[in-house]
Design a protein around this ligand. Structure first.
Ligand code: CMC
Length: 424
């Protein structure tokens, strides 16, 4: 007989089923709780709430484990490519060589965006943050592919829209940067790989020759893999919530981009560099900022430290730290912000406040440093995260549909005024 837990309430005993995952994670199934007991659960920030079962990503925050479809993040970063990982996340299995080639081919065939999209770009002021531009553009893709609006869309059309999104995201991302710079946009170069094509669209200027640096393209590909999925994080949960209303793939992904934007989520990579620059401008006094981060009356937090689920170390941070050192030494970069980052890491890791609360550097602490070394401007960092996270969001959206999950609709405990009469 499967396990249950007992709830004693108002003199009655209720049996609540226990659901077990393949890695021995256990959950209390409360789907009938309200109907049977009148109770709901209260869990602000969903710290203890499993919103779904999922077979995409396994993560053990205590042990520092991250796996996509059963493959360790360490193996995938070392042996795979971003597009292969994207295929794995979306279609459950690593592709055969032939399947991977045709997947890549399809993606290169769809890298162009409709010329009319330029009119949308024209409407944005140069001051527009590229994340806002990206989410608007991804949303507007639904207008160009209206067949995606059909909630009963068949899997072939879904696959085509998935290909379109993966293919066009780098073009839109690079164009949002060009828009900010006021420079002419570059069209995709389909002779290049995914990361290399993106770098060329970002940095190539009509006035000079541009050759993609292989170390940079490789580092970027690895970074995209590291960010490709992270189970039910804020943006993935957002994609699922929006997708659960049968909104289009494009609208759901646009919502994910917006959720990622905030500095407590994907925006942390931008916030890390801004914090390091601020400390540098303030004379490099690391101790002062450690003190500020510990002060409850000061809203300052060490950006790039702490994680909702990793409480010992972030496995992505370990991998990325190695790449960070490689990139910086191969580019011969000696950067004072990097020195500050190293010092900050050293001091925080031995400080009681951080040790007690298990606050370790997360992936974004190092990713910002690599992006900076690759010449990517700070305000584009979160866009880079979005490029990487795209296959994960798509996989979450697809799984939600395949599971036929009901519309997301949490409850609340009301704490406002009770009925009052309208007498002004
Ligand atoms: N600097 C100083 N104190 C911190 C920090 C930090 N970066 N992070 C957490 N704390 C303290 C917090 O004040 C609290 O202390 P106390 O128990 O005394 O009140 C305790 O640690 C627990 O923090 P929390 O806010 O309850 O933890 P959370 O799980 O709700 O938040 C977090 C996780 C990532 C939002 C948070 O650690 C944070 O704000 N970090 C900085 C932003 C950041 O780097 N975000 C990127 C996360 S990785 C990318 C991704 O996967 O999205």
């Amino acid at each position: 007989m499967s396990k249950t837990a007992q709830l004693h309430f108002d003199g009655k005993v209720y049996e609540l089923p226990i659901v077990e995952g393949v890695e021995n994670e256990k959950a209390l199934d409360i789907s009938k709780l309200r109907a049977e007991t009148g109770l709901i659960t209260l869990d602000p920030g969903f710290k203890n709430t499993g919103s779904t079962t999922s077979s995409i990503t396994f993560l053990d925050g205590e042990k520092g484990i991250l796996r996509y479809r059963g493959y360790s993040i360490e193996d995938l970063t070392e042996k795979s490519s971003f597009l292969e990982v994207a295929y794995l996340l979306i279609y459950n299995e690593l592709p055969s060589n032939d399947k991977l080639e045709s997947f890549k081919q399809l993606i290169t065939e769809h890298t162009l965006v409709h010329e009319d999209m330029k009119k949308i770009f024209d409407g944005f002021p140069a001051s527009a943050h590229p994340m806002g531009v990206m989410s608007s553009l991804v949303s507007s893709l639904a207008a160009f592919y209206p067949e995606s609006l059909d909630p009963n869309i068949n899997s072939k059309v879904i696959d085509l829209n998935i290909i379109r999104l993966i293919a066009k995201m780098p073009t839109l991302a690079a164009w949002s940067y060009k828009n900010e710079m006021g420079h002419p946009v570059n069209y995709p170069d389909n002779s290049l790989g995914y990361a290399a094509n993106f770098l060329k669209m970002m940095f190539s200027l009509p006035t000079e020759e541009y050759e993609v640096n292989a170390v940079a393209a490789n580092a970027l590909d690895k970074l995209l893999i590291l960010h490709a999925d992270h189970e039910q994080n804020c943006s993935a949960a957002t994609v699922r919530v929006v997708g659960s209303s049968e909104a289009t793939l494009y609208a759901s992904i646009a919502a994910g981009i917006n959720a990622l934007w905030g500095r407590l989520h994907g925006g942390a990579n931008q916030a890390v560099i801004e914090m390091l620059e601020m400390i540098k401008a303030d004379g490099g006094n690391v101790e002062k900022y450690i003190k500020k981060a510990k002060d409850k009356n000061d809203s300052f937090r060490l950006m790039g430290f702490g994680h909702r689920v990793y409480k010992n170390f972030d496995p992505r941070a370990r991998i990325i730290k190695r790449h960070c050192d490689d990139v910086l030494s191969s580019f011969g970069i000696k950067d004072q912000t990097l020195e500050i980052a190293k010092k900050l890491e050293e001091v925080a890791l031995s400080d009681e406040y951080f040790v007690e609360r298990k606050l370790y550097p997360n992936v974004d602490f190092y990713s910002g440093i690599i992006y900076k070394a690759l010449g990517i401007p700070t305000e584009m960092f979160t866009v880079m995260f979005a490029l990487g996270r795209l296959p994960g969001w798509i996989a979450q959206w697809k799984e939600l549909r395949e599971h036929g999950q009901p519309i997301s609709r949490p409850r609340q405990i009301y704490t406002g005024e009770t009925l009052r009469s309208y007498n002004k």
